[in-house]
Ligand binder design. Structure first.
Ligand SMILES: NC(=O)c1ccc[n+]([C@@H]2O[C@H](COP(=O)([O-])OP(=O)(O)OC[C@H]3O[C@@H](n4cnc5c(N)ncnc54)[C@H](OP(=O)(O)O)[C@@H]3O)[C@@H](O)[C@H]2O)c1
Length: 339
């Protein structure tokens, strides 16, 4: 049997090509319109993305501030702002060289800045203990502790002590550091503790049955768990510090174009493409600065902030029972007794 294979005619080919050209033209025109709109509205988009600003002009002369993870991102901008207010700022960094570079850039902007770098690796309880020991020996007052350092969405890793890296650094490391410095904070009162958490706490829950994700690990969920732990820790600590004149609040800094996405290629690409819609590190530092200095917050404790205003806390972040249980588990894991 003879079959005839269908061959497109010259006219049909041209029709197809025309259609493809039309679609391509529409895409290019669409992108052009979007780009034009973005250019036209850029100042408005930037203003909206920047979020709240700390308007307090409070000075911090004679005050001592400790900031973890201050060599880059939000921590570095916080250090610069508080140093410009006259504080002695101690930048606790795991990489002293990077810390010294950041301190030098702060001094370049503000020659009178009293900034100093000290080594602290929150993924190692020996480093935290050594840091605190030296700190208590050499620094006789601490008015503001800012638990800022953080790691996000890293591949499965453990701290020196065998904790999953994100819960280990973001929560347990800061828990131990605060425990070791709480006496000094109380002696220096009025004092403030500021815990940099995240909106991501909304999507987290504390997996008491597998806190270190040994059964299964999802880097995003482990980050959310650690940021929920930040909120719960701040609330429980605030309850325990009642009457001490030491306050503690947590915050969401906003979505900030920093180095935080370094472990996720997808997030890094998204953050680069949509940089215009994100906060700069300086803008991202505003709520931290607000919680550290705003006069109206002098007796506010156990609250959560975003854009320099009170913010919503997810139900799992308001559970007193979970907060107490997390406190007990944290003490047990760290081998400490903290009533
Ligand atoms: N960026 C955002 O959109 C966003 C949103 C919500 C919440 N946050 C929170 O904001 C905080 C600051 O983040 P960022 O955006 O400024 O990120 P970043 O630029 O990556 O800064 C994180 C800082 O934490 C330090 N760090 C990490 N692991 C440490 C360890 N084991 N010991 C001591 N320091 C350690 C880093 O030091 P190295 O440079 O040496 O690694 C760095 O200084 C974090 O707690 C983060 O969860 C950020």
């Amino acid at each position: 049997m003879i079959t005839e294979e269908w061959q497109p005619t010259g006219g049909e080919c041209e029709g197809e090509e025309r259609k493809i050209m039309m679609v391509l033209l529409l895409i290019v025109a669409g992108l052009g319109v979007v780009s034009l709109l973005m250019i036209l509205f850029a100042p408005h988009i930037r203003k909206y993305a920047a979020g709240g600003v700390c308007k307090s002009a409070a000075r911090l002369d004679g005050k001592t501030v400790l900031i973890t993870g201050a060599n880059t991102g939000i921590g570095k901008e916080t250090a610069l702002d508080l140093a410009m207010r006259g504080a002695r700022v101690i930048m606790a960094c795991r990489d002293v060289e990077k810390g010294e570079e950041a301190a030098a850039s702060i001094r370049a902007v503000c020659p009178s800045a009293q900034v100093e770098v000290r080594e602290l690796d929150l993924a190692d309880t020996c480093s935290i203990r050594a840091f605190a020991q030296k700190f208590l020996r050499e620094v006789n007052q601490l008015h503001i502790l800012i638990s800022n350092a953080g790691v996000m969405m890293c591949p499965y890793m453990k701290t020196i002590d065998g904790f999953e890296m994100q819960i280990g650094v973001n929560h347990l490391g800061h828990f131990l550091l605060t425990f070791l410095l709480i006496g000094l904070l109380k002696r220096s009162a009025p004092a403030r503790i500021v815990v940099v958490s995240s909106l991501a706490h909304n999507f987290g829950w504390i997996r008491f049955h597998d806190l270190h994700s040994q059964g299964s690990y999802n880097s995003g969920l482990a980050y959310c768990q650690s940021k929920l732990a930040n909120v719960l820790f701040a609330r429980e600590l605030a309850r325990r510090l009642k009457g001490s004149n030491v306050t503690v609040n947590s915050l969401h800094p906003g979505t900030v174009n920093s180095e935080l996405t370094r472990h996720s290629t997808v997030m890094t690409i998204l953050f680069t493409v949509f940089a215009m819609f994100l906060k700069t590190p300086r803008e991202g530092a505003q709520t931290t600065i607000y919680c550290a200095v705003a006069e109206e917050l002098h007796s506010i404790s156990g609250k959560h902030f975003s854009d320099c205003a009170p913010a919503f806390v997810a139900p799992q972040g308001r559970s007193e029972e979970t907060a107490r249980r997390l406190w007990e588990v944290s003490c047990e894991l760290l081998g400490i007794e903290w009533d």
